[in-house]
Design a protein around this ligand. Structure first.
Ligand code: ACO
Length: 326
């Protein structure tokens, strides 16, 4: 099967500050044991106050371009998947250009929550068909800036970080073999940041009500995440002509160990193929998949010719999956 695009290089940027579950015990009524048992998370990185999403995105982009041997200015497009943009407008992708003094490549954000990186991959496939040669996709988040640090039900879940991938045309052998994506906006209220947009503009009242932070029905998210991530992966594998036992590595969105394991079981992919970084990073939303991909490569878990399945689920709800031959 011809592949429209392949990943030439990956990179990540993570804030140096590690926040352990023990540190969170001093902030809210929680325990290391509760967080570890319910989520698998043990620690996460948290950005310094002066660091915005585009700062992490720019660092990841520069490292990825360096690894691919491509000048950032030679890119056709820069796509940033994020739910925590620097500003509502312009896009984080444009702030990234501002930081790097970059002019030329098309730059825009994808707002698809934790599915942002795989949505970007899907969009990039279309751009490649239209003649683009090199595209950067970056999943970047500073979730710590939109979390209510008094809400133990959400603040323990998230982390900050960015992961980047440089895409080039498929070479007929390696690249994207199949994919699936979708959304169900009827469930938008289940996981959202209620205030700060046109529906509920920022005001003294919205700030006092903490309405600019993450609001989530955790159990509902959990159930839909398992179903949507597994169904998207199964659909993408069918389109790629890949059986579950042929998958070398499954990289699901890293929200919670129990969600990942339940989704894996439904795909039929063997348990030893599941790749997890959630223990050390928490849920970095759109950044989890590219950071995991980069760490898997660094650890030697991905070899040339391997079949990689990535699957994601996020606010919206949105979902997306992609099957690659490396
Ligand atoms: N520490 C201690 N106790 C807590 C904490 C905490 N940090 N958070 C909640 N609890 C309590 C609750 O108050 C509740 O107490 P109660 O029984 O006295 O009312 C009890 O623990 C059980 O709460 P549940 O919400 O039923 O716990 P559950 O096992 O469902 O786990 C969790 C909650 C971890 C949020 C889970 O639902 C989940 O992971 N959902 C997915 C959410 C998610 O990942 N969202 C991220 C964005 S979307 C995405 O990335 C896919």
């Amino acid at each position: 099967m011809p592949c429209a695009l392949k990943i030439l290089a990956t990179a990540r940027a993570l804030p140096p500050r590690v926040v352990t579950n023990a540190e969170l015990e001093t902030l809210v009524d929680t325990t290391d044991q509760w967080i570890a048992e319910r989520t698998g998370i043990r620690e996460r990185r948290i950005a310094a106050p002066e660091v915005a999403t585009s700062d992490l995105a720019a660092e990841a982009l520069l490292k990825a371009c360096d690894a691919a041997g491509i000048e950032p200015a030679a890119l056709d497009a820069i796509i940033v998947g994020t739910s925590t943009p620097d500003t509502l407008f312009p896009s984080t992708a444009c702030w990234l250009q501002h930081k790097l003094g970059l002019r030329g490549p098309a730059a825009f954000d994808v707002s698809a929550g934790c599915s942002g990186f795989l949505y970007g991959l899907e969009i990039a496939g279309g751009l490649m068909h239209g003649g683009a040669k090199h595209i950067a996709i970056i999943g970047a988040e500073v979730m710590s800036r939109v979390v209510n640090w008094q809400d133990r039900g959400t603040c323990v879940l998230f982390g900050d970080g960015a992961g980047a991938a440089i895409l080039g045309p498929g070479d007929g052998r390696s690249g994207v073999l199949g994919s699936a994506w979708g959304a169900d906006g009827n469930l938008a209220k289940v996981l959202c940041q209620p205030a700060g947009g046109t529906r509920l503009p920022a005001s003294i009242e919205t700030v006092a009500a903490m309405a600019h932070t993450v609001h989530m029905e955790g159990n509902t998210v959990f159930k839909h995440a398992v179903t949507a991530m597994s169904e998207a992966a199964v659909q993408a594998m069918a389109r790629a002509g890949i059986r579950p036992d042929q998958v070398d590595l499954l990289i699901p969105h890293q929200a919670n160990t129990r969600i990942m394991e339940a989704a894996r079981a439904r795909t039929g992919v063997p348990a030893d193929r599941l790749f997890s970084i959630v223990e050390r990073h928490g849920n970095m939303s759109a950044a989890t998949i590219p950071v995991a991909l980069d760490e898997a490569r660094e650890q030697g878990r991905i070899k040339d010719g391997d079949i990689i399945v990535m699957t994601a689920f996020g606010t919206g709800f949105t979902w997306a999956a992609s099957v690659l031959r490396w």
